[in-house]
Design a protein around this ligand. Structure first.
Ligand SMILES: [Zn+2]
Ligand SMILES: [Zn+2]
Ligand SMILES: [Zn+2]
Ligand SMILES: [Zn+2]
Length: 710
């Protein structure tokens, strides 16, 4: 059994006697630079002795016999027409099948070519080395699964599996089976011309097949039968085929429609032009409205810099966090990490997973929390060379640049990058010493694992190298700072799926969004955030006046928790004393909030006197109907008219959007009109405002999956 992180730490601490332990603890004071702490820890022989994780392997490794066993099970299930169960068995077989040794990993930072040439076309005529039957479990399993996918009418996934079966050496003499399946897919996808070209080329190539007469005859019959299905495009399409297999075969089964901002903020493109980044000493960098913002406006659309998938989550792509619905493309080396497409597999293998794969069993065995894995991911996404260069430069920026400009690149733009991540808050000075000790210890363990991986510390030419003490201090310090950063900036990623009539929202991982991280917390936030896969959206929940702060919730709300409790939680998790308007005014809990509406003065926002309906401050009288001329200027209103408007809007809201049903723009308009009206004329907080905001939140949660995640 491998030891968990907590066990390693205990062992490390128990190695010290009374005085010595004080000296160790003393070295982790919040005022000390992290680099000093890391250097100290790296100098302790006890750390090297006790904090080095032991050798560790996955319970199940790639194994041709096991893969063949599951493939046989799949075939048996299919004989009983249990297609879905058979599909699962074939997927397990694919997961366990050893991959051919041919370049299992592209070099760091380089993508393997995914071009059409990877797949032989026409599928019979290419010169290839003689097939070794024993090594073909992988291609056979892909071929078997493609048959299930055809039955289930999942054509793009079927095409992809056919492509993979060919790529991994499907026996030549059986390829006619794949070709007829491939053609059937094309026909189903209304691409008959391509099907005809494919079949004609295959029929022509049959002669070069290394097999007996009977097989040849069977192949011919099989291909001709599919050829007959091509009624619409019956005429032969000789000549070079104008398509390639690679496009449909390697693409994702389902593509995402990522929402777009109407106008981007030029210096921070993830933000809408209605929002800008501001800085004050008290608030640090934060987001403010650069014009009046209405409820329901899309304010931020951002892709994460790094994301990690929770280890116990099944059925989700490790790279893009899309639901792959059981159709996995596994890592060529391990049996744990799975992808939704070859594209995702290649992207992961050309960066972080290349480094993390050999140490995967350790990472799981240590029981590391998601924010630690996210910190590691930030580092493994970079090569050692790049990290070293960046860290030296960024450390200087912290000392020389104004805090307001931290994170801006050479073109004065704030974009998702290692730089903007590096300059996110760690709250080091506000943290208890124990936090820093723990962060250094976990960084030390990660550092040991990076060394063990053998794929992180590489020289100029990409060859593995032994890091110097300085290199270890540098990478260890980076890891430690990212651990701190990830705890206060990591955002939970939700998966949204529709099961029958219900939409389910489940936590599946953690992501880092440099721009969204700039939004401060409020216990009564002005915006709400939705995360999905590797992306996030932020939408305004209320009317935000120009110059007002755009805030989101870090997980606590004044509606359900007393101020004291909220402040304690925020202090512990995020290291600040919340001074939002709900905290300042010590707003009541939802159950104690007033049900009735109080009208306010348009000029000073103070409540009107309930008897005279005048503003006590400004002496403006709201108890007089407006003349036509006055109505145009609108710096005053007639209370009866406004109450009537509010009541009408309330009725419409209650009947059509509480809760939302259709998640369309009409419904959103009803909700947002109501919110705008309440924000302009009535005093906050009230129960009704929260009910309407809740509807908008729900609307976003349901609308997004229905419209974007198809
Ligand atoms: Zn993916
Ligand atoms: Zn792997
Ligand atoms: Zn607060
Ligand atoms: Zn007033």
């Amino acid at each position: 059994m491998s030891k968990t992180l907590a066990e390693l730490t205990d062992k490390f601490l128990s190695g010290f006697e009374g005085c010595a332990i004080m000296e160790v603890v003393d070295s982790f004071r919040s005022k000390k630079p992290l680099v000093e702490m890391m250097s100290f820890l790296l100098g302790l022989p006890e750390a090297h002795l006790h904090l080095t994780p032991a050798e560790c392997r996955w319970e199940e490794e790639k194994n041709a016999n096991a893969a063949e066993h599951y493939r046989a099970l799949g075939n048996a299930l299919y004989d009983r027409r249990l297609t879905a169960q058979a599909l699962q068995m074939f997927s397990t077989s694919i997961l366990l099948a050893p991959h051919p040794p041919r370049r299992p990993y592209p070099a760091a930072g380089e993508k393997e070519s995914l071009g059409g040439s990877e797949t032989p076309f026409p599928p019979f005529s290419t010169e290839e080395e003689e097939e070794d039957e024993g090594k073909q479990v992988l291609s056979l399993a892909y071929a078997n699964r493609s048959a299930m996918l055809l039955e289930l009418k999942r054509y793009p996934a079927c095409l992809r599996d056919i492509g993979l079966a060919l790529r991994f050496g499907y026996p030549k003499r059986l390829r006619y089976k794949l070709v007829s399946r491939w053609a059937r897919c094309l026909i189903a996808l209304d691409r008959e011309k391509e099907a005809v070209a494919l079949l004609d080329a295959a029929l022509e190539g049959l002669g070069s097949l290394p097999c007996d007469e009977l097989t040849l005859a069977n192949a011919k019959v099989s291909l001709l039968m599919v050829r007959q299905l091509c009624r619409k495009a019956a005429s032969s399409s000789k000549g070079s085929p104008s398509f390639s297999l690679s496009a449909p075969a390697l693409a994702k089964e389902r593509e995402f429609k990522v929402p777009k901002l109407k106008n981007e903020n030029r210096s921070a493109p993830a933000l809408s032009s209605a929002v800008k980044v501001a800085y004050t000493r008290a608030k640090g960098r934060h987001l403010v409205a650069s014009r009046d913002i209405n409820p329901g406006e899309l304010l931020c659309v951002e892709k994460s810099f790094a994301t990690v998938l929770d280890s116990e989550v099944m059925g989700i792509c490790s790279h893009c966090l899309a639901d792959h619905k059981g159709i996995v493309i596994p890592c060529p080396e391990c049996t744990v990490v799975m992808f939704c497409s070859l594209e995702c597999q290649q992207e992961a293998l050309s960066s972080y997973h290349r480094v993390e794969c050999p140490i995967g069993p350790n990472l799981t065995g240590l029981g590391l929390p998601a924010h630690v894995l996210l910190a590691l991911r930030i580092v493994t996404k970079m090569s050692f060379k790049k990290l070293k260069k960046a860290d030296l430069q960024l450390r200087k920026e912290v000392e020389t640049r104004k805090p307001a400009t931290l994170g801006l690149n050479g073109e004065d733009k704030y974009v998702s990058s290692y730089r903007s991540v590096y300059h996110l808050n760690t709250n080091q000075a506000q943290r208890p010493d124990l936090d820093l000790f723990n962060a250094c210890v976990v960084a030390f363990v990660l550092l040991k694992l990076l060394q063990k991986s053998g794929r992180f510390f590489c020289g100029e030419e990409g060859q593995p190298c032994t890091p110097s003490h300085e290199d270890l201090v540098l990478v260890g310090t980076a890891l430690c700072s990212h651990v701190l950063r990830a705890t206060c900036n990591g955002l939970t990623i939700m998966n949204h799926t529709r099961v029958l009539e219900k939409t389910l929202h489940v936590e599946i991982g953690l992501g880092l969004f440099p721009t969204l991280s700039l939004a401060n917390h409020s216990c009564d936030p002005t915006a709400t955030v939705l995360t999905y896969q590797t992306g996030s959206l932020m939408m305004s929940l209320s009317f935000i006046q120009k110059g007002g702060e755009v805030t989101r919730s870090y997980g606590v709300s004044h509606l359900h928790m007393e101020r004291k409790e909220r402040r304690a939680l925020l202090q512990e998790g995020y290291h600040f004393l919340c001074d939002c308007r709900a905290c300042k005014g010590d707003w009541p809990l939802f159950k104690d909030i007033s049900n009735s509406l109080t009208l306010i003065c348009l000029k000073c926002s103070q409540p009107l006197c309930p008897l005279s309906l005048q503003c006590r401050n400004c002496k403006i009288d709201y108890n007089k109907p407006l003349t036509k001329k006055e109505a145009k200027v609108s710096n005053r209103y007639f209370w009866m008219e406004i109450l009537h408007k509010v009541e009408t809007a309330k009725l419409e809201f209650t009947f059509s959007a509480n809760p939302p049903v259709n998640y369309d723009e009409d419904e959103k308009k009803v909700i947002c009109d109501m919110l705008r009206l309440l924000a302009k004329y009535t005093k906050h907080p009230t129960k009704i405002v929260h009910a309407v905001r809740n509807s908008l939140d729900l609307w976003l949660m349901f609308w997004a999956p229905a419209n974007y995640f198809r």
